[in-house]
Design a protein around this ligand. Sequence first.
Ligand code: SF4
Ligand code: SF4
Length: 496
Amino acid sequence: MAEFTTPTLKPYPEIPPIEIGVMAHSKPFKANPEHQQKIGFPGELVDNWEQVAVEKMGELVSKSRALRVFLDSCVKCGACTDKCHYFLGTADPNNMPVARQDLFRSVYRRYYTLAGKYLPWLVGARDMDQELLDQWYSYFHQCSQCRRCSVYCPYGIDTAEISMAAREIMDHIGVGQKYCNEIIGKAQTIGNNLGLPEKALLNTLEGLEEDIEDETGVAVRMPLDEKNADILLVTPSADFFAEPHVDGLIGYAKVFHQAGLSWTLSSHASEAANFGLFIGSHENMQNLALRVREAALELGVKRIVFGECGHAWRVAYSFLNTLAGPFDFLDQNYPVPQHICEVTYDLIQRNQLTLDKSANDDMVLTFHDSCNVSRGSRMGDMPGGQFIIPREIIKAVCNHFYDMPSDTIKEGTFCCGGGGGLLTDDLTELRVKGALPRMEALKQVVDQYGVTHMAAICAICKSQFSKVLPYYGFKMDQIVSVHQLVGNAIVLNREP
Ligand code: SF4
Ligand code: SF4
């Protein structure tokens, strides 16, 4: 890993003077042939890769009208240029959303527009060649597909879709990314990203049951593969092994316990994350989504609830039905699927949980909105429910809550810096620099209100912050799960 300097936190975000090519060296490790072939891609760079890439681009553009509109409609107004956290943190102009798009658009113009075919120099059209492929591999792995730029673009151009298409094309010519593709292979064969087999999962859950009973004196169950439970909980596998994730899982279990809901985890679908989204692969996304359907049918559940995972909720909320539906065998009186925050919020509204807010009095909280929840999904039956519900839960279980500056939260939230399949140590420099805008916003509420902790509902955000907080002078345990706060506040040995 290259040496790098952590950016300095400033009182207010500043647009950096550009430094051309300063992040060109940043590239994730490439997938090896085994990782590639396991999920249906060529093991290495195919012979006629330029032609294959161009043909794949044509196929994608003809299948997706949205992609074609995004490529055709940019007017170079510049509104997006300072909206990407990776540009703000790195100063590399190729991390301006419009420049990132142009790496793709230039090839599209060259092969799929009249002007680009005959007057390429006039319209910025470029041949697909090795130099461009190197830039693609670098800069399409410097986009966390957070969609912040699309909020500020007058045409709503979504760079995330273009990044996904670029990654899909690269996979099809044999140039995949190790982190994502290895994980997808594991999830498709073992059932989760960690490669945690059923027995290890069972042992982990039993250990957590013992921990809760030791701490509270109450036997709270964490059932696995329990047939005919009402609820199948599908949660990120990070929840099974590391803090603060595991504290969130304990929180979900306490909520189900106190509400008297019957629930189970599944060893077949022991992963909410769906990295097929990150590589733009419909087939891989579908294979992973089908495991959730299979588990629900096999276990005979009535409801499916997703745990705290940002992109998993986007896939679940926006695509699960088309990927793996219909889910007409589930109880239609509940949302299909449902988010754990919706379950908890509903129980709080109906006074079904006994909560002691003072249990969290050692913390002053703020909340980090995860990109895929904020800009790619919703919660509840009200506009903006994805912003309201997590905050209302936090306020119901904590006495001290303050939001970060308004242009850094909700629809305008800044990415944690590790989303979109970039949460890998080979991209540490990018992750640290990309976290700058969020760290600056956090610093403001730390200084202004004495905020001590930041809560989140995304496994990737939590892992990313645990890693990057210390680079900016914070402590790694200043990131907490929302359901960790709920779990702390639930009074188990009293009836609601
Ligand atoms: S989607 Fe997010 S990471 Fe990608 S270019 Fe836009 S703002 Fe940057
Ligand atoms: S804001 Fe939209 S139209 Fe303007 S330069 Fe960016 S992508 Fe193009």
